[in-house]
Write a new protein. Structure first.
Ligand code: MRU
Length: 345
């Protein structure tokens, strides 16, 4: 495990690593206002579905902790105002909305004065952070059972400790398998345009001494056709009834894996499940054109060129060999059953 959790509550201050600066600089961001948390999520200083969920919960905890509200009602109004700001930051990862809803429900359901509500909200945010770590450790255990000694695992984007409170989902599986003594290796896709694979996944794995090779996104077909990998393991931003929504490029990986008969696993905690919706309801975040026309500060495309920049894509469930969550590995049939239960429940 890393020495510091990716996000830490320090008596009314929220500390995190600024992920836009990695791997070149380890800059700790300290936030005392919910607006700063919202900005850090929007600018991807904090990113990854589980992390932005917990960050949003802590953002509401900051609002409560520093509030001067005299009454419970005034405090709840302030928390609701902060919640509105947070849910405008990024539209795709369901964890953000789940976390905000959970804190709001807890605050509204608490009787007593403003001080009591504050205590309850801060404790709930802390609990959510702890639950995320526990879920990732469980995902690691279940997922590691699918990994054999000497396997090479292909992953996309960053679903590691940096995308969660600690340990990671897809990389949590890698970490657990490695800790069990399996001599595995990882192939990480660079993940254009934001380079989470090159900047974050490669950084995390190198830091932990786990063998990793970096490839550009367009090398995946070669890698699979040459059978240089044994399985693909990725994270998710939202799992709906019929699909997995994850970083742009995931769908291409899944189709290629299917063509080459390579298992394609998705690792995610239950906080990423949204089984009342289908892919038709999905909101795919569209980001700024500059992310595509520049690499760092270097412009790489002619001025004025039109750009498409969807941040996520949709992988139909038929391409998914299994969803690894904290309760085990879910087959397509099990997911369908869960979906039916959520529809009727
Ligand atoms: O745009 P990002 O970097 O927030 O996207 C992150 C991903 O797509 C991850 O795969 C996903 O959030 C799972 S992280 C455990």
């Amino acid at each position: 495990m890393q020495t510091m959790r990716t996000i830490e509550w320090r008596d009314g201050t929220l500390a995190t690593l600024d992920q836009t600066k990695l791997p070149n600089e380890n800059l700790i961001l300290e936030m005392r206002e919910c607006e700063e948390v919202a900005f850090a999520i929007k600018e991807m200083k904090m990113r990854g579905a589980p992390l932005i969920g917990v960050a949003a919960a802590y953002g509401l905890a900051l609002t409560a902790y520093h509030s001067k509200a005299k009454t419970r009602e005034d405090l709840i109004r302030q928390i609701e105002a902060s919640a509105k700001i947070l849910i405008e930051t990024r539209p795709t990862a369901v964890n953000l909305f789940w976390a905000v809803e959970r804190i709001l429900r807890k605050a509204r359901g608490t009787t007593g004065d403003a001080e009591t509500v504050t205590r309850v909200v801060v404790n709930e945010a802390q609990r959510m952070a702890d639950e995320d770590v526990e879920a990732n450790l469980k995902i690691g255990e279940h997922g590691a059972e699918l990994i054999n000694d000497k396997d090479v695992i292909l992953t996309h984007c960053n679903a590691g400790s940096l995308a969660t409170v600690d340990h990671g989902t897809a990389l949590g599986i890698v970490r657990t398998a490695w800790a069990q003594g399996k001599k595995i290796a990882v192939i990480a896709t660079e993940t254009r345009p934001k380079l989470q694979g090159a900047r974050l996944t490669a950084y995390e794995l190198k830091r932990d001494g786990i063998p990793v090779s970096l490839i550009t996104d367009n090398m995946v077909g070669y890698v699979m056709s040459r059978r240089l990998i044994n399985e693909v393991v990725v994270g998710a931003d939202r799992i709906v009834r019929d699909a997995v929504i994850n970083k742009i490029g995931t769908y291409s990986l899944a189709v290629l894996a299917h063509e080459h008969n390579i298992p394609f696993y998705v690792a995610a905690p239950k906080s990423t499940f949204d089984l009342v919706h289908t892919s038709k309801d999905a909101i795919i975040e569209k980001r700024n054109a500059d992310e595509v026309t520049y690499i760092g500060s270097q412009r790489i495309a002619p001025m004025g060129v039109k750009v498409l920049n969807p941040a996520f894509d949709i992988t139909p469930i038929k391409y998914v060999s299994g969803i690894i969550c904290e309760t085990g590995v879910l087959s397509k049939t099990k997911l369908e059953k869960l979906a039916t239960a959520s529809k009727h429940g």
